[in-house]
Write a protein that binds this ligand. Structure first.
Ligand code: BDR
Ligand code: CA
Length: 316
């Protein structure tokens, strides 16, 4: 099984993604590390604990990390994810606290000692990962790949015309990650908008996905509605994407997605474009191909079918 660490800021779609990863027999989730993003750090950490406990994995370590981006102010978005970040379901309070060790210390220690390289799934601003890479550059050889949800090139941004949320919140961190030399797969809006949940999928999930499927669907319904209205108003698209869950799907089922290995960097100083992922799709710069940029999905229905099957395997 592929050893993975999930760095996250739950977030309804993060919740979905984490449950999928925990349900996937191909993955061995070693721990969750949390970061400030959709909500403040205390809330994202508490949410992470609630999610692993719901999945029947109270043993899974959760380490709280950075409570703000490297240079910038935090940017919580309760208007998208609700006051708790995982609104929509009456979640049981967490029974166990997070581990005392800071997420950056945990990443450095665990990766340094890892018997085989670990895959990192990054579902929020990339502050913890960038800090760990700066602090202990040698860990880059112990990271098999970083799969991150973030950015957008063909679809533009969802916070500004140029910038997607996870990158906009901490563009310096994303730049450090992309320039680190670690193999990176990006799951940007180009890919998540091309992988919308099918109409009526909530009912399918409730029927096939057990209690956990029902819980997650309830928690995600508001967010999906938001994205549909948002997509319609802003871009004329009709997307109901579950962004972070698509990142886990892309790791699990790469055959269902399309993309290209090419040079990618982040704009950190643009007056209008800060947080933009600049994708050299036609390879005009001669820069190193540092990122597999996913831009589409062959069969979104198959993705969501497989997700429902996996979730059905979690404890009821
Ligand atoms: C990303 O931003 C967050 O609000 C979501 O959890 C996802 O990681 C989508 O732009
Ligand atoms: Ca997220």
């Amino acid at each position: 099984r592929l050893p993975v660490i999930i760095d996250t800021d739950p977030g309804q779609d993060d919740a979905f993604a984490i449950l999928l990863a925990l349900a996937a027999p191909q993955l061995d989730v070693l721990a969750l590390t949390t970061v400030a993003g959709n909500m403040g750090l205390a809330q994202t950490t508490d949410n992470a604990r609630r999610i692993v406990e719901l999945a029947g994995r109270p043993d899974l370590p959760v380490h709280a990390g950075c409570d703000r981006p490297i240079l910038r102010d935090p940017r919580p978005v309760p208007e998208i994810h609700g006051e708790t970040g995982i609104d929509g379901w009456d979640w049981a309070p967490a029974r166990h606290p997070p581990r005392p060790e800071h997420a950056v210390d945990f990443l450095v220690r665990t990766l340094s000692a890892a018997p085989e390289p670990v895959t990192i799934i990054a579902l929020g601003p990339q502050t913890n990962i960038a800090m760990a890479l700066r602090r202990a550059p040698a860990i880059r050889d112990r990271i098999a790949r970083i799969v991150f949800m973030g950015g957008g090139y063909f679809e533009g941004g969802n916070m500004t015309p140029a910038a997607e949320y996870n990158i906009l919140v901490d563009p310096e961190a994303a730049r450090i990650v992309l320039r680190s030399g670690v193999p990176v797969t990006a799951v940007p809006l180009d890919c998540t908008h091309a992988t919308p949940a099918p109409v009526g999928w909530s009912e399918t999930l409730r029927a096939r996905g057990g209690v956990v499927g029902g819980v997650v669907m309830a928690a995600c319904a508001g967010m999906m509605e938001f994205f549909e209205i948002y997509g319609n108003r802003k871009y004329g698209t009709r997307s109901r994407p579950l962004h972070d869950a698509v990142a886990v799907a892309a790791l699990l089922w790469p055959d269902l997605f399309t993309g290209r290995l090419c040079p990618v960097d982040v704009e950190c100083a643009g007056e209008l474009t800060t947080g933009m992922t600049v994708v050299d799709w036609l390879r005009q710069t001669g820069a190193v191909d540092n990122c597999l940029w996913l831009n589409g999905c062959h069969d979104p229905d198959a993705v969501y079918d497989r997700m429902a099957d996996l979730l059905a395997g979690l404890p009821r």
